[in-house]
Design a binder for this molecule. Structure first.
Ligand code: 3UK
Length: 544
């Protein structure tokens, strides 16, 4: 299946033309029989139309939300109407990139399916992104259309000025209506609830997920229809064992592929329901578990830590499985959660490049400190600096292969992620004699704070734009609550005072220009930066 035998449905071949060269593509493995998809498949039709028309789940609840519940049939009808708006009113052509922007809500989910049904390529962005970050994504993916929650219009309208390709835009209401700006709902109301899905090839691109790299500029990872199906048929099938009666909930945004899979695609694949909540606090998540009888949770380690102390105030008896990903799960956090709920957290490492989780474990295979073993369908090994596999017990670079893998959109950094068919995730790992994989650290400079990935250089670039900053270096330092926090080392220009007020001003500056979660919680003033002879910043010396 690695060689394309089918014709693309894409009339706009922008993304397809920018796939990495064959020699830099990862090797794909399709050993599992459930991964042998037909040559022509549209993953949205497979997940939604089939659920209603073939499995007969039309009356089941697909989405619980503050705006009401959506049955599978209602979600299908909404997606079909939006697909008609896109193709009939907004001129969408198969292969066009469509920006989606909203907190986790039912309209965002319906838009996601609509774009893919219409043969478009979905690019969902984090709700917190600022105009500057949106511009990077829109320009890189040459995005032509946008469907956006009206409450998030402001930054997109600013970004639009710098994005000549983005010409078709429609706003919708999320869970809280924003009066006056509801063009998408109005247009939907005028459309029939049926739609003829575009007959896409299994290896047509349907999704570009952006990841923030260490070099600042985001990388777009491209995924096919068959990749979306594969993640639904691997982790939730063999490891999590999700069932039709499950009700899932959690914190990751649908813009993050951890959230897209766990909070939307996986439940729909098996006829289960998802609870989409726009803004969750630890208390609200626990309250939602109680009220909606949630059975499966998806969130990051820090959220489990914050919730553990509050569990006693809520009825969480409905919970049966808890998944953690995004950063390493400390042994103490798993213990805390087990004491509070009786549930053993399932830790899984995934990556935007791999689309979802590739190393994890079932509850009976848990080994303290280990992420687990490659899940069914994937292989992993530890490579030394020479690119050769290391024996058990040595720390090296994690390399993985499976039905999904890295395809950056027109990016020279492809050669850094894929080598000899293996995907190199940038993580330092160790494999023990029994084949369990133990996380050590990131091999690069990515800062992981409260489940968010933050590239130090992007924050540095932002700080350097402030008039008082001469030089700076941004690193992650350990933090009990967040895993890591962003720390900036700053050298000021002459005439500026390294005091509290200056630190606060710099923090505000970053918050105003980047997504607020990227701002440096710690600032230390220095009179010089450690540099190599060639002028490179030595981040390891800043970390101390
Ligand atoms: C780190 C982990 C230790 C690791 C993701 C599940 O996190 C996801 O994707 P990103 O592209 O980041 C990938 C990197 O994050 N990481 C993730 N999970 C773990 N480190 N233990 C873990 N359990 O450095 C990895 O290379 O943001 C996670 C599903 C989909 C995803 N996109």
């Amino acid at each position: 299946m690695s060689v394309s035998t089918t014709f693309t449905a894409h009339l706009d071949t922008f993304a397809r033309d920018r796939l990495p060269p064959v020699g830099l593509q990862p090797e794909f493995i399709f050993e599992l029989p459930q991964l042998h998809y037909p040559e022509r498949i549209n993953c949205a039709a497979e997940l939604l139309d089939r659920a209603v028309l073939e499995h007969g789940w039309g009356e089941r609840t697909a989405i619980h939300s503050a705006a009401g519940n959506f049955s599978y049939a209602e979600l299908l009808a909404a997606a079909n109407r939006i697909a008609r708006v896109l193709t009939e009113d907004m001129g969408l052509v198969a292969g066009n990139r469509v920006l989606l922007r909203a907190p986790n809500n039912a309209m965002l989910a319906a838009c996601w399916f609509a774009v893919i049904k219409a043969g478009g390529i979905v690019v969902t962005t984090m709700p917190l992104l600022r105009a500057k970050e949106l511009v990077d994504v829109i320009v890189k993916a040459q995005i032509s259309h946008a469907l956006c929650d009206a409450r998030l219009a402001e930054e997109l309208e600013i970004a639009r000025g710098a994005c000549p390709t983005l010409t078709k835009l429609s706003y919708f209401n999320g869970d809280t209506a924003a009066p006056g700006l509801h063009s998408l709902e109005q247009r939907m109301a005028a459309k029939p609830a049926s739609f003829g899905n575009i007959d896409t090839a299994r290896d047509d691109i349907c999704l570009i997920a952006f990841t923030s790299g260490t070099t600042g500029k985001p990388k777009g990872t491209m995924h096919f229809h068959r990749d979306v199906m594969a993640i639904c048929d691997c982790f939730p099938h063999s490891t999590l064992k999700l069932e039709g009666g499950d009700i899932v909930c959690g914190t990751p945004p649908l813009a993050f592929t951890f959230g897209l899979g766990g909070m939307l695609l996986f439940p729909l694949r098996v006829g289960a329901a998802t609870v989409l909540v726009e803004k969750l606090t630890p208390d609200l998540l626990l309250q939602t578990v109680e009220e909606r009888k949630v059975t499966v949770l998806f969130t990051a380690p820090t959220f489990y830590r914050m919730m553990a102390g509050q569990v006693g105030r809520f009825d969480t008896a409905s919970l049966r499985k808890c998944v953690s990903a995004g950063e390493a799960l400390p042994v103490a956090t798993r213990q805390l959660w087990r004491e509070a709920t009786g549930i053993c957290i399932i830790d899984g490492i995934g990556a935007t490049e791999m689309l979802h989780i590739f190393i994890s474990h079932t509850e009976d295979e848990v080994r303290p400190g280990a992420t687990g073993k490659p899940i069914a369908g994937y292989r992993a090994c530890i490579l030394g600096d020479d690119g050769k596999p290391l024996p058990a017990g040595s720390v090296g670079r994690l390399a993985v292969k499976g039905p999904t893998g890295c395809r950056y959109l027109d990016d020279p950094r492809q050669a850094g992620y894929v080598s000899d068919g293996w995907n190199l995730t940038g993580d330092a790992y160790l494999m023990d004699a029994d084949g369990y994989f133990f996380y050590q650290a990131r091999t690069d400079d990515m800062i992981v704070s409260a489940g968010y990935n933050i590239g130090g250089p992007e924050v540095e670039d932002c700080l350097l734009a402030h008039p008082a900053v001469a030089e700076c270096g941004v690193v992650g330092v350990p933090d009990v609550e967040r895993g890591q926090v962003v720390k900036a080392f700053v050298m000021l220009k002459a005439g500026y005072n390294p005091d509290e007020a200056m630190a606060r001003a710099l923090q505000e500056h970053v918050k105003g220009n980047l997504a607020p979660y990227k701002y440096p919680r710690l600032i230390e003033f220095r009179s010089a930066m450690p540099r190599t002879e060639t002028g490179k910043l030595q981040r390891f010396r800043l970390r101390g």
